[in-house]
Design a protein around this ligand. Structure first.
Ligand SMILES: Cc1cc2nc3c(=O)[nH]c(=O)nc-3n(C[C@H](O)[C@H](O)[C@H](O)COP(=O)(O)O)c2cc1C
Length: 206
């Protein structure tokens, strides 16, 4: 299979076999993630791997409790709330491994003004995203499935408390990892002309 085919055939996987993923493979995948580009080569990513049932449940429950409160505030009916929260717990606990991707600004530049500080933070977020994508592709190259979830962004404190993450570090994403137990169809992609321009905004690429 060509490298381009490998890139195109990665899919988000939400159903996994029970088979555990060897720790050595997880280590290799996360080492590969560090080959992603990063602003100032600061490598602002930090990853926490969870494979124990208790640890996965602890995190999933803590995140679910935070979400449940949010749904209550949004006046979502109780039955719908319960279903959504149970489904989220099941998604996370049924994956053989969970990887929590965090952002550390420790080695990023510091600016006295809020505007440039905000840009610097964006650089770090983009760098972390590059590492997560590299992780996803490294997993795919090892016949493993992944799904990238943004849930930790909505309940940072709950994730911090559960995993003892310092306040200076920000949980940004959760990636489930395991051997796929489904082969989903590719979700539709926008046609090229909807997002690709040539020479100036809106001019078709030919
Ligand atoms: C930043 C980000 C956040 C995502 N969050 C979720 C999520 O919360 N739940 C989910 O099921 N999938 C999530 N996904 C996966 C997308 O739904 C998926 O990538 C998209 O539908 C395209 O499918 P594909 O990955 O199979 O190509 C997320 C992906 C990204 C990049």
């Amino acid at each position: 299979m060509s490298q381009v085919d490998t890139l195109k055939q990665r899919r988000s996987i939400r159903k996994f076999q029970k088979r555990p993923v060897p720790m050595e493979i997880i280590r290799q995948i996360l080492e590969t993630a560090s080959f992603a580009p990063s602003a100032h080569n600061a490598q602002p990513w930090r990853f926490i791997v969870l494979t124990g049932s208790q640890q996965k449940s602890g995190l999933a429950e803590a995140m679910a409790n935070a979400w449940r409160e949010e749904l209550e505030r949004d006046h979502i009916p109780q039955g719908t709330r319960q279903k959504a929260v149970s489904c989220s717990i099941e998604r996370f606990t049924s994956a053989p491994a969970i990887i929590v991707a965090c952002l550390s600004l420790e080695d990023m530049d510091k600016y006295p003004d809020a505007e440039r500080q905000c840009i610097e933070r964006d650089l770090a977020v983009q760098s972390l995203a590059a590492a997560i994508q590299t992780l996803l592709l490294a997993a795919h190259a090892n016949s493993l499935g992944t799904c990238w979830y943004c849930a930790p962004l909505f309940c940072k404190q709950a994730v911090r408390r559960t995993l003892e993450i310092p306040d200076t570090v920000e949980p940004q994403a959760l990636i489930t990892l395991g051997y796929p137990d489904e082969a989903p169809k590719m979700p539709l992609r926008r046609p090229l002309q909807d997002y690709l321009y040539c020479e100036k905004w809106g001019a078709p690429f030919r």
